[in-house]
Design a protein around this ligand. Sequence first.
Ligand code: SF4
Length: 495
Amino acid sequence: MGSWEIRNQMRRRVAQEEGVLRKGAALNVALCHPAAYPVAMSSLGFQAIYREVHAHPDAAAERAFLPDDPGEHRRSRTPVFTYENERPLADFPVLAFSVAYELEITGVFEMLDLCGIPALRAERESGRARHPFILAGGPQTASNPAILLPFVDALVVGEGEDVLRQVLDILVGAERRDWRALLARVPGCHVPGVTTDAPAPVRAPDGRLPACSQIVTADTVLSSMFLVEAGRGCSRRCAYCVMRGPRCGGMRAVPMEEVLRRIPAGARRVGLVGAAVTDHPQIREIVREVVSGGGAAGREIGLSSLRADRLDEELVRLLAAGGCRTLTTASDGASQRMRDLAGRDTGERHILRAAEFARDAGIGRMKLYEMIGFPGETLDDIDELVRFALELSKVVPLSLTVSPFVAKKGTPLGDAPFEAIPSLEAKLARTRSGLRGKVEVKPASVRAAWLEHMLSQGGESAGLAALDAWRGGGRFAAWRRAFAAIQGGDAPLAP
Ligand code: SF4
């Protein structure tokens, strides 16, 4: 795929999109997502910020994504272009990155490098060339924004919708040399080298909710699905989660009428988004209205998170009527002992009952997310998981997605160590062998989880180590070398 084919692929994608925004404006922002297009365009937060930038009278946003094949861009010397006007990122005065989680940091490096923009702020400032101003924000800032600080000119920490207006006012109205000093006065803005303390995350006022799709397209992982936020945050207290109630202030449920009002009459597939959608007090009514709307054929529906203890027969039947073919929920603890440690409200009886509802409603499969590697977990806990998964699989065909636990700062389990990689691999092997031929087991990468742990726990030096690892080729050995080099600094020891 050469430069011509890369552009053609972009044009084919744009031709499939509905809702693209275009306008002439004093300030053009390249809104960058360090994930590939099919994943990035399924991000409701990214779409919400796209709309917010355009809502400013003097600003317009053009989207750019991590290329599907960065190596091909490199070979063909093709920079990253925006989808709206096919302009290279280096031509923009401002790049705004939306970062979802720690490992996407290498996507930021890749996109900048492909455009000849130094990743390090210090390098951009010391050279003679004038480079774009780099802003960043997104869900990652709620967990450990420090790793981004060496690379950005300013960071918006928390929910950006509301402060974005103030940020854009400065970028439109002030001289560039004053931007950083002025941004440092905006709530939630962290301007490295100017602000001394990390700001508290900003929270969008309730009137800003719900976020909903601006662009709908078939070419995403949530093909042609219109997304609308049913609630933000969560009232539960899972001890490992950055969205837990005491940290984020609890779930802000969007009134049913408001959710329904945002759904276009012609939407055939609707996704309800939120950290804990099934905790919405009117979830049954909302799902019923969505499924029965949209004409005689009804609509398809997807929910971003199903809590097994909130599922009942009616809700599962409604989901089946809305096209659900796999009931996806989470256990997140190999045994009851581990679920108690993790503060999970969901037990075996809830999951078993949900499996029975799924079977009775004609839903052909259950997918269960599981987490292993909590502190103090033993092989007895893994054996309990295997025993329960076998029991469940007699009710409904089961897929088990097993991920290692990654401690996040600011949570009750935030200081927990990462279990040694060989030990986690042995537990995964025991799970697989206990379930062979009966349950489909999909293990997440233990090595990727370790990298996420190191980036979640580290400070700015962990971000710099990520740059070294990426420059060193990005293989696991390069990451280990890079983290080893900063041991004794602010990153924890490797396993
Ligand atoms: S893991 Fe889910 S249910 Fe638990 S606090 Fe986080 S968002 Fe809420």
